[in-house]
Design a protein around this ligand. Structure first.
Ligand code: FMN
Length: 368
């Protein structure tokens, strides 16, 4: 089943393994990608996954997480992105680009201004106190997301993914823990989801009905007073009704315990830690559901797919370490991913995306 074809929107995928968006941190200061990203995408595309989703492309300059994040806020970034899309497609692989605004997780030292959020709720882990957005700024941001999606389409990507998970700006609006507004952008479930729906509709309007729009969203914030399951499922149902090609189910905010979205796990029992959320989502949405989070072994993945709890699976950290893992599984490899969930790949925020453990191991071998 893992290696059976599946359709997402108008995309025919050869198998059900998605490369989960992981910020590549390979762009220059102006957000333009270059040869590093080209060769990385080539490696990923040859590795056998069915769909590549590239991580965090910032829709506005104050939404970038690092100085080397991919930018989608200017037209002069598009020509380089075209090369990236073509690189994947040459290998016969579909490629999507994620559009995002980091909100209060952006560091003031990087964006050189105060990070923004719905209500100015402090991020405890970083002590950042963001600034609450004015209503007209929210309207303007809707347009920024839509223009970023147009750049993704113009560059020739097969799809765009809206990032509404992990405590970035869109999640901040969805969560009652971080959206304390009592105007038209908060105060009730309907108003909390208004920004996401406005972004989705604006994106759809600009890219047209046939272009696949995916969403990654939290069904559990993994914090006290986070989004109630009922509300999160209603959000999923509504975005599916508005018309997304697929929903990737995730969870966690920056202040959640144990990283939440990317937990330290071992193969076996702790794998697929958001499976219950995907199962619940699949009952209420009309589009394919992608499960992400701690998937490491082919047995668990196959069982998840066969049980019907998800239509596809997305792998983040395992493919950072072993981009060719899907191909090896297809060729009969039985063992789990070598990734040890140490999260060192996420620790060095400004460093190019890579498996730091693998580098350390290689250095130790050289020094031995
Ligand atoms: C280094 C790193 C960067 C990430 N960047 C992104 C990102 O840009 N967008 C996103 O939606 N998730 C991002 N994630 C989260 C992953 O997509 C995924 O949800 C999470 O790692 C759990 O899946 P895994 O256990 O397969 O790694 C990142 C994770 C890591 C480790």
């Amino acid at each position: 089943m893992l290696f059976s074809p599946v359709t997402i929107g108008n995309m025919e995928l050869p198998n059900r393994i998605v490369r989960a968006a992981c910020g590549e941190r390979m762009a220059d200061w102006e957000g333009r990608v270059g040869h590093k990203m080209l060769s990385y995408v080539e490696t990923l595309a040859r590795g056998g996954c069915g769909l590549i989703i590239l991580g965090h492309g910032y829709v506005r300059r104050d939404g970038r997480l690092t100085d080397n994040e991919t930018g989608l806020d200017r037209d002069d970034q598009v020509s380089r992105l075209e090369l990236i899309a073509r690189q994947a497609q040459r290998a016969g692989i579909k490629v999507a680009m994620q559009i995002s605004h980091g909100g209060p997780q952006c560091r003031p030292s990087v964006i050189e201004t105060t990070p923004v959020s719905p209500s100015g709720v402090e991020i405890k882990k970083t002590s950042v106190v963001p600034r609450a957005l004015e209503p007209e700024e929210i309207e303007a941001l809707v347009g920024d997301f839509a223009r970023a999606a147009v750049r993704v389409k113009e560059a020739g990507f097969d799809a765009v993914q809206i990032h509404a998970a992990h405590g970035y700006l869109l999640t901040q609006f969805l969560s009652p823990a971080t959206n304390l507004r009592d105007d038209e952008w908060g105060g009730t479930p309907e108003k909390r989801r208004r920004f996401l729906i406005a972004v989705l509709e604006a994106v759809q309007e600009e890219v047209g009905p046939d272009y696949p729009v995916l969403i990654k969203m939290n069904l559990d914030d993994c914090i006290p007073n986070g989004i109630p399951m009922k509300e999160a499922l209603e959000n999923a149902r509504i975005v599916s009704e508005v018309g997304v090609a697929a929903i990737e189910v995730s969870g966690g905010m920056v202040d959640s315990d144990k990283g939440a979205a990317r937990r330290d796990i071992q193969p076996g029992q702790q794998e697929a830690y958001f499976r219950h959320l995907a199962r619940a989502a699949r009952k209420v949405v009309g589009c394919p559901v992608i499960l992400v989070g701690g998937l490491k072994s082919i047995e668990v993945i196959t069982e998840v797919l066969e049980s019907g709890d998800a239509d596809l699976v997305a792998l983040g950290r395992p493919l950072i370490r072993e981009p060719h893992l899907p191909l090896e599984w297809l060729d009969g490899r039985q063992g789990p991913a070598e990734c040890i969930s140490c999260n060192r790949c996420a620790l060095y925020k400004d460093r190019v995306l890579r498996c730091e453990s693998l580098i350390l191991e290689q250095q130790e071998e050289e020094n031995a």
